[in-house]
Ligand binder design. Structure first.
Ligand code: ADP
Ligand code: ZN
Length: 228
């Protein structure tokens, strides 16, 4: 019974794109709309840093420099999280995989559980706009809702629309210098995954230079099709 019916296999979506492309914002939207679970390796790593685990200690300086954390650490963290019961609903991977080694490890993990990638969606943006997007962003410390100085302010200044929280946070790596390094790492190590997924027939592209709502609409349509 359990897992025998392929129609019940939980969907797996991947969001690809440079830092600032809006992966986190859109993943949260898809989570709410489709009842999927957002898995952000950036969030998992920041939690590991805050908790002071061995992985967190190893990752901290690398993240602050805007470079990629080692494949081994990230793959271990992702594997652990994928094993949690809630992930049986289906997942949206945000920020993973980021290297070919990670993509191959993911293929292997999924094949062990009889799952496959429904779609790898590339959020297409201009690098130049990413620095502005990233340097203006902040999140609610209580619920994680994302905001932006220019593009998405809460209705009441300093108060989260979603949960009423008043503690807003800015990431340590969201400054102009680190953003440059993150973009370099993206082009060198992550952008090749676009061809990787194209070769497997799972790539979808979306113009991600528009408004948050427009992108959300386009993405929803892709997800509906990919999970039908
Ligand atoms: P962004 O996509 O905006 O750069 P993330 O929160 O996804 O932000 O990632 C922040 C940092 O965490 C990255 O710059 C990198 O150091 C680390 N990181 C996150 N995911 C991965 C991954 N899959 N592989 C290696 N490092 C990662
Ligand atoms: Zn909130």
């Amino acid at each position: 019974m359990d897992g025998a019916n392929t129609a019940n296999v939980a969907p797996v979506l991947i969001l690809l794109g440079p830092p600032g492309a809006g992966k986190g914002t859109q993943a949260r939207m898809l989570e709410e709309k489709f009842g999927l679970v957002q898995l952000s390796t950036g969030d998992l790593l920041r939690a590991a840093v805050a908790a002071g685990t061995d992985a967190g200690k190893a990752a901290k300086a690398v993240m602050e420099a805007g470079e990629l954390v080692s494949d081994q650490i990230v793959i271990d963290i992702l594997r652990d999280r994928l094993g949690d019961a809630d992930c049986a609903k289906g997942v949206i991977l945000d920020g993973f995989p980021r290297t070919t080694v990670q993509a191959e490890a993911l293929d292997e993990l999924l094949s062990e559980s009889g799952q496959k990638i429904n779609a790898a969606i590339s959020l297409e943006v201009d690098d130049a706009a990413m620095v502005t997007r990233i340097s203006g962003r902040y999140t609610c410390g209580s619920c994680g809702e994302g905001y932006h100085d220019e593009f998405k302010q809460p209705a009441k200044d300093g108060v989260c629309d979603k949960c009423g929280g008043t503690e807003m946070k800015r990431r340590a790596d969201d400054n102009a210098e680190t953003v440059e390094s993150r973009l370099v790492a993206y082009h060198a190590q992550t952008a090749p995954l676009i061809a990787y997924y194209d070769g497997k027939g799972s790539l979808q592209k979306i113009d991600a230079m528009g408004s948050i709502d427009d992108i959300a609409g386009g993405l929803s349509a892709i997800v509906v099709k990919a999970t039908a």
